[in-house]
Design a binder for this molecule. Structure first.
Ligand SMILES: N[C@@H](CCC(=O)N[C@@H](CS)C(=O)NCC(=O)O)C(=O)O
Length: 407
């Protein structure tokens, strides 16, 4: 029996996957990036046909760390909200007219415009005080508010990005930038020690939200672009405990990027040159059935957009025989379905296993098309734009497993 016949159909994949993950997205109008948008679980709290109290304006690619702060707070506080995506490469005039800085994020809280991520966090706290993300104790509350300001002004972000973007090969200059950054991280390490527990103040707060998107990006990018590690570095026990505590928060798992997205982004945006490999995938995360199911569901639901993107941008059309795109489309569709099956079923999915007894097990032309499609899509997906960070990790690990079996 051919492998084709033993695979689940796309419909079966969607149905089974949805039973195994609570993550939900809506598909957007074709040609409207991003092709899908997350549905916040807190929308369930609203009676039907009610407008959510918050409208969030954010970047289409979900790369913006300042938007991540706001999304994180909305999810933590379980505030129902809607998202409007702003294409930063072609900002609409109405947005430029609406927001004085013209930057994202901005929000409308019950119709009132607020912009600047820090001000948005404080405005959300004021209007939606429960659960509190600032300490009740007045003294600690004042400290937290000061640290929120410090997060904007203490220069950590500026020095970190200067170090990451520096193009010099001058070892002394790089060492000096690194030393300045480490001194800033040392200050943060001390600050984290001032209250008991892993967070900045005695419970999770807006201070943690102010720092998390940038620290997360630094922890992913410094090893790859500068050979310097924050995660696992015994010099920073408190920063590491902070990362571990954050990882336990479901809201954080919904809004964060994965390391590969962060690593590829730096190269795409600034042409940064890696000094080492991309960070390895977290295999424990990639094995979690919920993550695998979300990745399979996303792939199934979004396959039309994925196939169009692969045909347009991966270079696979160069393999078209006599200009016949339909055969390529079919081969791409088959290999994406193979991947989705593998995500759902793991090792019980029959994989073609390349050459058997010296003979190719699948048509070599189809295998070549499939290999290009999978290799392309592995690094094309972005978290959390297309799926959660956990699902993206499962997706990439599954490609790494399936790819060598087909070619
Ligand atoms: N201080 C602002 C920074 C926001 C910001 O820099 N947003 C960037 C995206 S990460 C942006 O809108 N860039 C578009 C532009 O510069 O025109 C905040 O905290 O909200």
């Amino acid at each position: 029996m051919s492998i084709q016949n033993t695979l689940l159909s796309w419909e079966q994949i969607s149905e089974i996957a949805r039973q195994k993950t609570p993550a939900r997205r809506i598909r957007r109008t074709p040609g409207q990036p991003p092709s899908s948008a997350p549905i916040s679980p807190s929308l369930d709290k609203l009676p039907p046909n009610t407008t959510p109290p918050v409208l969030l304006y954010r970047d289409t690619n979900s790369w913006c760390p300042f938007c991540e702060r706001v999304w994180f707070a909305l999810e933590e506080k379980e505030i129902p909200f809607q998202t409007e995506f702003i294409d930063l490469s072609n900002k609409p005039k109405w947005y430029i007219d609406l927001v004085p800085t013209t930057l994202v994020p901005a929000v409308k809280i019950e119709g009132k415009l607020v912009y600047e991520s820090k001000d948005i966090l404080l405005a959300l706290e004021e209007r939606f005080p429960h659960p509190p993300l600032l300490p009740e104790d007045p003294e600690e509350n004042a400290v937290a508010r000061q640290w929120i300001e410090d997060a904007e002004t203490n220069g950590l972000r500026e020095i970190a990005y200067k170090f990451l973007r520096e193009t010099t090969k001058d070892a002394d200059k790089l060492a000096s930038l690194q030393a300045t950054l480490v001194a800033k991280l040392d200050e943060l390490e001390q600050t984290l020690g001032k209250y008991p527990g892993p967070y900045f103040v005695s419970s999770f707060s807006l201070v943690d939200i102010m720092y998390s998107p940038h620290l997360d990006r630094l922890a992913a990018n410094l090893p790859v672009y500068r050979g310097y590690h924050i995660k696992g570095n015994p010099h920073f026990p408190r920063i590491n405990a902070y990362f571990q505590a954050l990882a336990q928060r479901p809201a954080y798992q919904r809004v964060k990027s994965d390391d590969t997205t962060n690593n590829l982004l730096l190269r795409r945006r600034w042409g940064a040159q890696p000094v080492g490999n991309l960070l390895p995938l977290d295999l424990a995360t990639s094995e979690e059935i919920q993550n695998r199911a979300e990745a399979a569901e996303r792939l199934s639901d979004n396959r039309q957009a994925a196939i169009e993107d692969i045909l347009k941008n991966s270079g696979v059309q160069a393999l078209a025989r006599n200009g016949d795109i339909s055969a390529i489309t079919q081969a791409v569709d088959f290999h994406l379905r193979l991947l989705a099956n593998y995500l759902l079923d793991g090792n019980s999915t029959p994989l073609p296993w390349g050459r058997v007894g010296g003979k190719a097990h699948v048509d070599p032309w189809e295998a070549a098309v499939g290999a290009i499609a999978l290799a392309y899509v592995r690094n094309r997906i972005c978290a959390p734009r297309d799926m959660s960070a956990g699902a993206a990790t499962a997706f990439r690990a599954a490609v790494d497993r399936v790819l060598p079996c087909i070619y």
